[in-house]
Design a protein around this ligand. Structure first.
Ligand code: AMP
Length: 188
């Protein structure tokens, strides 16, 4: 059995925490393209040097680079039983590309949208007090997310892959909801 998942959700929705739990529950890697890019920046690789300015400006690294990184990562042995992709795909061309990469397999099992309303994530981000969590910074990132994500939601709905899971509540409750939603799809 494989479990191939994409997780979506606004910053502050609790995706990171839930992905760690899901990865351990299913025995599959949590593949966060943001984490991979931050590691490249920290290591000072050529990719890191290219990505840093774009990330600092809150922009998107180009699709070709991202598709290359993800293809390599998904070819690793640990990703053969499945994976949770976090932060990718982020554009329609990335979604189409992923479709192609997975064409020799049964494809994705689900794209899970961990849904937490804008006012709630705004309060959570303000409370964590990171230096980029100014009112303006938070609003800008949330705006960008809406713009980036809306077309992807439509893309996943068209392929009958989208499941929306309410992300408010205790961490364990949200986790149980996520597993129930994923397994509900697998049983269908
Ligand atoms: P994240 O941790 O997912 O919010 O990603 C941090 C930053 O990395 C983003 O703001 C983008 O600049 C870049 N990034 C991560 N994933 C992607 C992607 N799939 N496509 C383009 N840029 C990405």
């Amino acid at each position: 059995m494989t479990t191939r998942l994409v997780i979506m959700g606004r910053q502050g929705a609790g995706k990171g925490t839930q992905c760690v739990q899901l990865a351990s529950h299913y025995g599959i890697p949590h593949i966060s393209t943001g984490d991979m890019l931050r590691a490249a920046v920290a290591d000072g690789t050529e990719l890191g040097l290219q990505a840093k300015a774009i990330m600092d400006a809150g922009g998107l690294v180009n699709d070709e680079i991202m598709n290359g990184i993800v293809t390599e990562r998904l070819a690793q042995p640990d990703a053969q039983p499945g994976f949770i992709l976090d932060g990718y795909p982020r554009t329609a061309p990335q979604a189409d590309y992923l479709d192609g990469v997975l064409s020799d397999t049964e494809g994705l099992d689900a794209a899970v949208d961990l849904d937490v309303p804008i006012p709630v994530v705004t309060e959570r981000m303000k409370a964590r007090g990171r230096s980029d969590d100014t009112d303006e910074g938070i609003a800008r990132r949330l705006d960008l997310y809406e713009q980036e994500t809306a077309p992807l939601i439509a893309w996943f709905i068209e392929r009958d892959l989208l499941v929306t899971v309410p992300g408010e509540g205790l961490e364990d409750e949200v986790f149980d909801r996520l597993v129930a939603a994923i397994e509900g799809r697998e049983a269908a």
